[in-house]
Design a binder for this molecule. Structure first.
Ligand code: FAD
Ligand code: NAP
Length: 331
């Protein structure tokens, strides 16, 4: 059998695999693990992966579903969400129940299981802010293990699952502690503030924040249904103060971090270097959002990777900064 992966990755890249297994329950996953001949590739919503060739390994397509309210207190709720649930639908579910803390992460595509892998973040909030623990089944022994928030080693778009545990585990569920206090909102991020002001909202609720984030994202980001992409292709570089002072430019935006480092927006570096809106053949750098590489139709994974490498080389030559991909490049 030969399966097309075109509809299973948001870049819309035509790649194939030999064996695609839908994982519908943890019991089924544990039965399958000992029969696997090689390390499988776990696939959620395919919104953070670039296939540069066909996949020889078995693909485990995650469709584990379910949301459980584990415990409810006066101020908070502990929730287990199985990893095949869609992230944005889960955000909507939590808001409908009066559980808050993830409204700034509205409209991020993909599955709940992939969310801890790069510690998804947007508009001043990261998944780590609400994670209690993450449950996995490991590929070596097929056993369930639980990682506490500390053990997950969350960082900026980073975690243990991108490093030591890469390709070693199947994340089966995430356990979150959400707040029941609707006044604990995060609205300090520039574009949220501006949009709330424009709408005349002075005391926003978590639902207002979610709606605002959705509005901003829809106005700025290409919808993968219309234009293949995987969101930001590169991470924002985080530099030491010494490195930053060496490359500092009078109109370069920057964000000092709590640890003394400085974050520089990769989109600014790419735009300043003239790549925003650039297109060659079916691959390009989006005209509205320079961090997003797009597939205008029939681009291959290698076409996208070649453009990414050209941008990296140019930024290195102009600024001496290495842009690290955020997207998982396969293989
Ligand atoms: P996939 O692409 O299916 O997988 C990503 C990686 O995780 C792969 O290496 C895969 O093998 C592995 N993986 C997936 N599921 C599991 C599992 N259950 N167990 C073990 N390994 C697994 N990201 C942000 O952080 N912030 C944003 O604001 C944001 N905006 C985006 C906007 C757009 C338009 C798009 C297309 C993407 C955006 N992203 C953003 C990136 C992406 O949505 C997230 O990284 C998301 O969490 C990926 O989920 P997924 O299920 O699609 O992962
Ligand atoms: P933006 O508001 O134009 O800002 C550009 C960059 O500057 C962002 O990447 C952000 O870093 C940083 N930034 C802006 N204001 C900041 C502040 N007050 N404090 C710290 N850092 C700040 O960004 P955008 O492209 O429209 O994206 C908005 C948000 O959605 C960002 O958080 C971004 O990460 C997220 N997003 C992520 C993806 C993805 O695929 N990963 C795709 C689209 C949007 P941070 O990225 O660290 O926040």
């Amino acid at each position: 059998m030969r399966f097309s992966l075109k509809n299973l990755n948001t870049f819309g890249i035509e790649a194939h695999c030999q064996n695609l297994i839908e994982i519908k329950s943890i019991a089924q996953l544990k039965e399958i693990v000992p029969t696997l001949k090689n390390t499988p590739l776990v696939l959620g919503g395919g919104s953070n992966i670039l296939f540069t060739q066909d996949v020889e390994q078995d693909i485990l397509h995650n469709t584990l579903k379910g949301i459980q309210l584990l415990e409810e207190k006066d101020e908070s709720a502990f929730i287990k969400v199985f990893s095949g649930e869609n992230w944005h639908q889960f955000v909507e579910w939590s808001l409908s129940k009066g559980f808050y803390g993830i409204e700034n992460l509205s409209l991020i595509p993909g599955s709940c299981g992939a969310a801890p892998i790069q510690n998804i973040g947007a508009y001043g909030v990261e998944l780590k802010d609400v994670v209690d623990s993450v449950e996995v089944v490991d590929f070596e022994e097929g056993k369930t293990q639980t990682f506490t928030k500390t053990e997950c080693k969350f960082g900026y778009r980073d975690s243990i699952f991108k490093n030591e545990l890469k390709s070693k585990v199947f994340i089966t569920s995430i356990n979150l502690k959400l707040s029941k206090n609707p006044t604990l909102i995060r609205s300090e991020y520039g574009s949220i503030k501006e949009e709330l002001l424009k709408q005349g909202i002075t005391n926003p609720t978590p639902i207002d924040i979610s709606k605002t984030v959705i509005k901003i994202r829809q106005s700025k980001l290409p919808d993968p249904k219309n234009l293949g992409n995987a969101g930001s292709f590169f991470k924002n570089p985080v530099l030491s103060l010494e490195e930053f002072n060496l490359i500092r430019h009078h109109d370069m935006p920057y964000y000092p971090q709590a640890d003394g480092n400085v974050k520089v927006p990769a989109a600014w570096l790419i735009e300043k270097s003239g790549w925003k809106g650039y297109r060659r053949g079916d691959v390009g750098c989006h005209y509205n959002q320079a961090l997003v590489l797009v597939n205008y139709g029939k681009a291959s994974g290698s076409d996208i990777l070649n453009l990414a490498r050209d941008i990296q080389t140019d930024i290195m030559e102009k600024y001496g900064i290495t842009l690290q991909p955020e997207v998982n490049i396969w293989p």
